[in-house]
Design a protein around this ligand. Sequence first.
Ligand SMILES: Cc1ncc(COP(=O)(O)O)c(C=O)c1O
Length: 375
Amino acid sequence: MINERIRRMELSGIRKMFEMADEDTINLGLGQPDFNPPDDVIECYERAMLEGYNGYGSSYGLPTLREEIAKLQSKYRSDISSDNVMVTVGATEALRISIESTLGPGDEVLYPEPGFVLYYPQITLAGAKPISYPVLQSNDFIPSVDKLEELRTSETKAIIVNSPGNPTGGVFTKKAVEEITRWAMDNDILIISDEVYEMMVYENEHVSFLGDYDNVIAINSFSKTFAMTGWRIGFMVTSSDWIKEIGKLHYYTIACPPTPPQHAILYALQDRLDFVEEMTSTFKKRRDVIVSRLNEIDGFDCLIPKGAFYAFPTIDYDLSSDKFALMLLEKGVLATPGNAFGPSGEGHIRFSYANSTENIHRAMDILEELVGELA
Ligand SMILES: Cc1ncc(COP(=O)(O)O)c(C=O)c1O
């Protein structure tokens, strides 16, 4: 018998669209890089299995991998050590156990809208109350602290932030990170910062929420970084005490993260960061193509995304974004309606540019054709 809590949950809008596409569809709906991890990293995974690393590992993750992650993350906060790091089954599990361990009934949690589809259901699953805050194109998809303050009540316990952002491609400035952190500090609010696109920024450096404030859980992942969404390895960084506490739920949920891919990721972090740079520079070229094509189309207005691999233009037609995306799908292009990311995503469409430049051009030709017919 399935309980009411689960019955009330909706399947993500992204999945629904995805299931309607066929194999000839040009897929600009994907939330994953259209790359393979480097061959030598894959070989390392294979070798780990052949060498016998097939058993349970430490629940917190491979010690050498935790150390390497700590080394890299210490650029944001110098006292980070492996005790501050836990390897998880993707950012998905890291988010889930962080929310479940820190929040509960009666707690209000601010989360971005439009925003990534996991936040709302995961807050609800913990019994806490999701309160959305807007991330608007008019403010470069950066939350306004005044608005956060307006939404804050005595029950506000946490805020989820996401930069670089999905679906918006927005990247927080240093000033924005400092202001949000100051506001959270003043009001004793926990920051859960989803930084999975950390390495995919195009203009300036990524600014992490890891810094002077202790009340922060940074969520991260190798899914996008090394184009290995199916390997299911992510991590979190927070105080060593919280790692131990959250580690209990982690253990009772997944026992330990998969062992062989952690060996390959350790190698990738030490020797193949060049792959991430190359992939990001390819994304940047495609971004420039898709944004200039979109902005040439009547009724479309697209900000230049500063990170991740999504363009999130507004569409000025007398149609819901659902309906528009369906019409586009019927013509052979899969994109995601903005309202799949919450009601305030209405009026936008998300195009992932994790596809070849040639396919991006073909998709934009089809979009132009559709818009011509609508006119
Ligand atoms: C913003 C954001 N956070 C978290 C995730 C989940 O990542 P993972 O594959 O590591 O579970 C995604 C995946 O699309 C994402 O876009």
